[in-house]
Design a protein around this ligand. Structure first.
Ligand code: ADP
Ligand code: MG
Ligand code: ZN
Length: 603
């Protein structure tokens, strides 16, 4: 680590070391080169431009797509001791004038602007009087129509290198595909940029998939297991978002909904409440996510199947930005597949339709393979994960086992064959479990050989097995209002004993999860952490800031482990730099000292 950047990293940001790739990006910017950076969410992109902005003379202009995000980013930068401000339509005209004056007088390290602002001639005139060190484009994928968040306003950024040929440009994105990457570099006209493509691995995230059975109950149980932690629950439809949020609320969990059907005011208020830790859970459609930088999201639960791996990665990526462990849970039910297929069927372009279908199949693959989820996920982005066991997914942690279900499959396939392939799933399950109903007797299905052979197992199990046979192409379900299950060629092989059927299931006594490097938080004093968190929330509320802007969860965990009570001790904590020590150090040191005194009194 070179002296200067290393010193600033510690003194200003309070960090001991750079995260992977940060140092070389900082160096490229200091060398006044264009840069193009793909780094996952939580990888620490902001520091890559904030640190050089602090060191270099002149101002760094940051293009950022969302007004809501801009304020939080400026608050966070200011709390770190950087001289930062933003210009957007939300500012009053007197504030705008003040910011523009500060900008022109060279009093700012960072000026955050929206792409719309950059399109205004009036603002370009202001910029002519500004000493620009470099431009940083955050969420640069918004310029690409191939990306998921295309914003027409971003297209105007193509003029940046023409209007300001002497100002280097650094573009940042978390979008992984190569197609988008090439598109961004071309459109922005970057000049032989220093390109960094970081690993997409998020070592602190734990991936887990369980069969969806009773969706709402499963969601509630998981959320209760993580009481007091911040989490996002994704659902596909507005109705299911409302239903889930209401269910959680009823069960005493502080939760709010978020979807495109709510008016803008409600959406902003709900997002804000989540951002400020006033509610623990936000239940949302995919409309939610881009507008937040909240670093202490401790879990992301998918109540429904995402439509592709790209979305799953983006949405799960919102967990654990602070680097502390976070849990991801996907409830996977085969019944979700036809719902997504329905939408895919509406796509007019045949090529795109095929592509969407392949993406869906890849996602189903990720949810059903008996192989490391992390390996499959990274493999999808063209990255190979070297370790045999990642220690951070349900498969590697041994929570899931692969069992031979050939005999059971034979029973159920035989029931389908003997009833003429003319019945739906539930009826087939009823045959196998020997349902004692009038309908069974009328059809004579109570007299076939497989009637009741599976009554020692729950209906749910047989349904699960049928789902698996569907996914493996052993049976198929017809379209239409009353879908019936039919045998496919592999079914013969199974029936004749030439093919085995395996299913994944959660181990009865799941081994206690080892606290591995990938997933375990080092032990800390939980009672103290709770107090510090409450203190953080109070200070944040008084200053109208999101709590994580004051200190991240990681920083509080470390305080609750090392009990810093002097400024020197405080500065050794990750995330405490000079400015934060001065601004917030005192109340935290006092709270820790007080906590220790009480502990001593009780002992
Ligand atoms: P991104 O924009 O890439 O999603 P952020 O810039 O928001 O990520 O950073 C995510 C989190 O990582 C923030 O809480 C930030 O303070 C923290 N962080 C960044 N760099 C470091 C570092 N070198 N050491 C420790 N924490 C870091
Ligand atoms: Mg960012
Ligand atoms: Zn794994």
């Amino acid at each position: 680590m070179t002296g200067d950047t290393g010193r600033v990293l510690k003194q200003v940001f309070g960090f001991d070391s750079f995260r992977p790739n940060q140092e070389e990006i900082v160096q490229a910017i200091l060398d006044r080169r264009d840069a193009f950076v793909v780094m996952p969410t939580g990888g620490g992109k902001s520091l890559c431009y904030q640190l050089p902005a602090h060191i270099m003379s002149g101002t760094c202009m940051v293009i950022s797509p969302l007004i809501s995000l801009m304020k939080d980013q400026v608050d966070a930068a200011t709390a770190t001791g950087l001289r930062a401000a933003y210009l957007n339509s939300a500012l009053s005209s007197s504030d705008r004038v003040a910011v523009q004056r500060a900008l022109m007088q060279g009093e700012l390290d960072l000026i955050y602007v929206s792409p719309e602002r950059f399109a205004m001639e009036e603002f370009i005139d202001v910029l002519a009087h500004v000493d620009l060190a470099f431009t940083a484009i955050d969420e640069a994928h918004c310029i690409s129509e191939w990306g998921h968040d295309f914003r027409p306003d971003y297209l105007n950024l193509a003029t940046l290198t023409k209007r300001f040929p002497d100002v280097p440009v650094a573009a940042f994105t978390a979008t992984a595909t190569h197609r988008v990457q090439e598109d961004i570099v071309t459109r922005l006209g970057l000049r032989s940029p220093h390109v960094v493509r970081a690993s997409f691995n998020r070592p602190n995230l734990f991936y887990k998939v369980v069969p969806k059975q009773k969706g709402l109950k499963q969601i509630l149980r998981f959320v209760k297991d993580h009481a007091g932690e911040s989490g996002i629950v994704y659902r596909t439809t507005r109705n299911s978002v409302e239903e889930t949020a209401a269910m959680l609320e009823q069960a005493g969990v502080k939760a709010l909904p978020y979807h495109a059907g709510l008016d803008a005011g409600t959406r902003a208020a709900n997002q804000d409440a989540f951002n400020r830790d006033e509610v623990d859970v936000i239940v949302a459609t995919i409309a939610f996510g881009m507008g937040i930088d909240k670093s202490n999201v401790r879990y992301v639960l998918h109540g429904d199947l995402p439509k592709n791996i790209e979305s799953y990665y983006q949405e799960t990526g919102r967990a654990g930005r602070d680097g502390e462990p976070a849990q991801l849970l996907l409830l996977f039910g085969y019944a979700d597949i036809p719902k997504i297929r329905f939408f895919i069927d509406q796509i007019p372009d045949a090529d795109e339709q095929r592509h969407a279908l392949k993406c869906l199949n890849d996602m189903v693959g990720l949810a059903t393979v008996h192989a490391c989820r992390r390996k499959v996920l990274l493999g999808y982005f063209g990255e190979s994960y070297p370790e045999p066991n990642c220690g951070g997914c349900d498969i590697c942690a041994g929570e899931v086992e692969r069992v031979d279900a050939t005999r059971d499959a034979q029973m159920i396939l035989s029931a389908i064959a003997r009833t003429g392939e003319r019945f739906g799933m539930m009826h087939v399950v009823d045959v196998v479990t020997g349902a004692d109903t009038e309908r069974m007797r009328q059809l004579g299905h109570d007299r076939i050989k497989t009637y009741g052979v599976g009554k020692d197992r729950e209906k749910r199990y047989w349904r699960f097995l049928l789902d698996n046979l569907l996914a493996q192409g052993v049976v198929e379900q017809t379209e239409g209002k009353y879908p019936v299950v039919q045998l496919q060629p592999p079914a013969r092989e199974v029936l004749f004993g030439d093919r085995q059927v395996h299913v994944l299931r959660t181990r009865k006594s799941a081994p206690k999860r080892k606290k591995s490097a990938a997933t375990g938080v080092e032990a800390y004093d939980e009672a103290l952490f709770d107090e510090l968190r409450a203190l953080r929330r109070r200070l944040a509320a008084a200053r109208r800031l999101p709590p994580y802007v004051i200190f991240s969860d990681r920083t509080l965990h470390e305080m609750a482990r090392r009990y810093p009570v002097t400024p020197a001790q405080m500065l050794r904590i990750t995330g405490v730099g000079d400015a934060k020590l001065e601004r917030y150090g005192k109340p935290f040191m006092e709270a820790i000292a007080e906590f220790q005194k009480e502990g001593a009194a009780q002992a």
